[in-house]
Design a protein around this ligand. Structure first.
Ligand SMILES: [Zn+2]
Length: 74
């Protein structure tokens, strides 16, 4: 039913202090503390995808970046 709650959930960037709408989904894992089936997800706006990806890659964490679609809402 369309009504008060029809507004789509807004997905915000995971970068601290950023409230931009995320357009990227970054899946990552810390192999030292996470088992292989445990995947963490960060969301990133256009400006912060590279920052967040580099942050994880510099720690040798496995990183997968995917285009964010509304169906991915947590
Ligand atoms: Zn951002």
């Amino acid at each position: 039913m369309i009504g008060l709650f029809s507004e789509p959930e807004r997905l915000a960037c995971s970068r601290a202090g950023c409230s931009e709408t995320a357009v990227w989904r970054i899946e990552w894992r810390n192999p030292k503390i996470h088992s292989a089936d445990r995947v963490k997800v960060w969301l990133a706006c256009e400006d912060h995808r590279e920052y967040l990806e580099n942050f994880l890659a510099s720690r040798d964490f496995p990183v997968t970046v995917l285009a964010l679609t509304p169906e991915d809402a947590p």
